[in-house]
Ligand binder design. Structure first.
Ligand SMILES: Cc1cc2nc3c(=O)[nH]c(=O)nc-3n(C[C@H](O)[C@H](O)[C@H](O)COP(=O)(O)O)c2cc1C
Length: 190
């Protein structure tokens, strides 16, 4: 089993990370860092979060490769509820392209991941969309927004504003809806 079998390439792969606390499902976008996609090893830098707590306790991380902007937007701020899932064991979000199960061991700021299981489950064909890329960029800034100081906030606001222009020009209705969720969650109109 290799990472590339499930849609990962070398570099940073933006996916939805799924962890559990008892039966409670937790979802968060994560950047899975891959050096060699022919291997079964990866890592992820983890800031303080529920994902990190769950990994520390359970030692397991599931991922879903997915291209749904609304799933990314909701997961960046809260957990997807069960109606977003086709299955919870293993956790598969509707329209996911693949799922993977990793063993996850925390070492400092990172979790070292080893692929245990996985499956391809979707066949969506979609042209590259700059609006989707800009939305992901904006969400990364948005998740940092609340934890940075005022001067950094101004920089982040400018970056999100720049991303919004691309989302509005190039994105589909779903990217625009996802951007609206971002604005509602931050309480800022960009
Ligand atoms: C595209 C994207 C990638 C992200 N990658 C990471 C990451 O690699 N590590 C991390 O700790 N947080 C990352 N985040 C931020 C978390 O998703 C965010 O803090 C989330 O609210 C954590 O949720 P949780 O407390 O339920 O785990 C990323 C956010 C986005 C939008």
């Amino acid at each position: 089993m290799k990472l590339k079998d499930f849609g990962f390439t070398d570099g940073i792969n933006e996916v939805i990370g799924i962890t559990f606390k008892s039966d409670q499902v937790n979802t968060a976008p994560l950047g899975i860092i891959v050096d060699d996609d022919e291997s079964d090893r990866a890592r992820v830098k983890l800031y303080t979060s529920h994902t990190r707590e769950n990994i520390e306790r359970e030692g397991i991380l599931y991922t879903n490769v997915i291209l749904d902007p609304i799933v990314f937007s909701i997961s960046a701020f809260e957990d997807l509820d069960s109606k977003f899932f086709d299955s919870l064991n293993p956790p598969i979000i509707k329209n996911a392209l693949s799922w993977c199960k990793f063993s996850a061991k925390l070492t400092g700021a990172f979790a070292e991941l080893t692929l245990l299981d996985g499956q391809i489950c979707g066949k969506i064909v979609r042209a590259y969309n700059r609006g989707f890329a800009a939305l992901i960029e904006a969400l990364i800034y948005a998740t940092r927004y609340k934890i940075v100081e005022d001067r950094a906030k101004e920089f982040i606001e400018n970056e999100i504003y720049r991303c919004k222009n691309i989302v509005m020009r190039c994105g589909s209705r779903r990217e625009k809806m996802a951007f609206k969720i971002l604005e509602e969650k931050l309480g800022v109109n960009f």
